[in-house]
Design a protein around this ligand. Structure first.
Ligand code: NAP
Length: 414
């Protein structure tokens, strides 16, 4: 089957205008953008004003339009539009990770009951075709872990830190180059990475995990001392959206990680994204590419549109296949915790301490902590605490009791 596609495009910003260009330039896909709806009638556009309308009903109530491509920057409004589009029997393509992460199951139910497709490859890792690969290729392989650098802004800032450029300057540079939002909280505090992790958990492990349940720590408080520690040990720092199987559970979180030079992610720099998958039989595989931007993201949207010609739908086969798997925050992880204040470090319960360092400028401690206890700290808002995950594997259990806290450092250095 090679279905005729008549597209209603909502949003003509970075990705929407990119889609218009790639669709016209590629000539590969016979699909027609019939209507474009935007918000601001006074904005200057790259194409003639007569191409636009300003009422979303012009698309949603047009029975000749069979595909809605939603590319707006407001997740709540997008949710309402996408629901109406699916309910009226139109296929939908979106790149709105926040909306998808927060409402996926409801949208899927609606898509299924109306026998239409809901595709969103552009929502995770931009141009990298990770969702379709998780759906199609990894269906029969038993996937054990996933580590993603899925936010270009933070990877750019972390890369700059290797050249001695501080957080504020690197962020300003990212904003100048157009990678970062003017309000960068979603990027730098790991929210964007968390929405993407929630979507990845569904396709990789068949799990629905509300983003509110997922721990997200970004890169705002990574200090020059942590960067120096990384250099001294031969590591680099990367912000990972990470999920893996531990026994019959799946664990997942977003946090900065030290990675060794032999890790696939070590050389993924600047605004590039990467996803590293590990399967029982396939071992490790690396997907790398541009994770954002007008044309790279539009290329993923275009690929979804192309798949609609053949009525492609995600099948979510892992949802049924791995029904015993449960999401959990119950595991141990090895961390580096740094602060100017010993008392702040001592607030974090450790089960085993490997390294301690104390000086007038900085103190740090490395060792094993219980993730469910770590998760209770709001590190994004703790300017006095910096946390980076060390390269060791995650563990279900460790053989020690909690270390007595506060006296430990004092005893050691008195
Ligand atoms: N930018 C990227 O690299 C990237 C990468 C992956 C995913 N995404 C996702 O793609 C989506 C679009 O992002 P973007 O960067 O293209 O955003 P953007 O540049 O800010 O553009 C947003 C567009 O949405 C339109 N819009 C907003 N509210 C609307 C409404 N109520 N009705 C009609 N149009 C409305 C705006 O209209 P006006 O032009 O009239 O203001 C604008 O054209 C977001 O969900 C984003 O998370 C973006």
């Amino acid at each position: 089957m090679n279905k005729e596609l008549s597209i209603g495009l909502i949003g003509f910003g970075c990705v929407g205008s990119g889609l218009y260009e790639v669709l016209n330039k590629s000539g590969l896909i016979q699909a027609k953008i019939s209507k474009i709806v935007v918000k601001d009638r006074y904005k200057r556009r790259s194409i003639k004003q007569e191409n636009f309308s300003y009422d979303v009903n012009d698309i949603l109530e047009d029975e000749t339009i069979n595909v809605v491509v939603e590319l707006i920057d407001d997740s709540e409004q997008a949710f309402e539009m996408v629901k109406r589009a699916l309910a009226s029997g139109k296929d939908v393509v979106s790149a709105n990770k926040k909306m998808i992460a927060e409402h996926l199951d409801e949208l899927l139910e609606l898509a299924n009951s109306n026998n239409v497709s809901f595709l969103y490859e552009g929502a995770v890792a931009g141009s990298i075709p990770i969702l379709r690969n998780l759906e199609e290729y990894y269906n029969n392989d038993s996937l054990t872990s996933l580590q993603g650098i899925v936010n270009g802004t933070t990877n750019f800032i972390l890369t700059q830190s290797n050249y001695g450029i501080g957080y504020a300057d690197a962020l300003a540079q990212a904003q100048e180059l157009g990678f970062a939002e003017s309000n960068p909280t979603l990027d730098v505090d790991g929210y964007d990475s968390k929405y993407k992790l929630s979507i990845l958990l569904k396709h990789a492990f068949g799990l629905t995990v509300d983003p509110k349940e997922l721990f997200n720590l970004g890169i705002r408080h990574i200090s020059p001392h942590a960067v120096a520690y990384a250099k001294e040990k031969g590591y680099r720092i990367k912000l990972f959206s990470r999920a893996e199987k531990l026994g019959d559970k799946v664990v997942g979180f977003v946090a900065p990680h030290f990675v060794k030079s032999d890790h696939f992610a070590y050389s993924v720099n600047d605004e590039f994204n990467a996803v590293i998958l590990e399967g029982l039989f396939s071992d490790q595989q690396l997907f790398v590419g541009k994770g954002a931007g007008s044309h790279p993201t539009a290329s993923a949207v275009l690929s979804d549109i192309s798949a609609l010609k053949f009525d492609y739908k995600y099948e979510y086969r892992k949802v049924d296949a791995d029904s015993d798997l449960k999401f959990s925050n119950d595991f141990f992880v090895k961390v580096y915790i740094e602060s100017k204040y010993i008392e702040a470090i001592n607030e974090v319960p450790f089960y085993h301490i490997d390294e301690l360092f104390q000086s007038d400028q900085v103190n740090y401690q490395t060792g094993w902590v219980k993730f469910s206890e770590l998760k209770t700290f709001d590190f994004n808002h703790r300017e006095d605490l910096s946390l980076v995950i060390l390269p060791e594997v995650l563990k279900e259990t460790i053989n020690t009791e909690k270390v007595a806290n506060r006296p430990l450092l004092e005893t050691l250095y008195n």
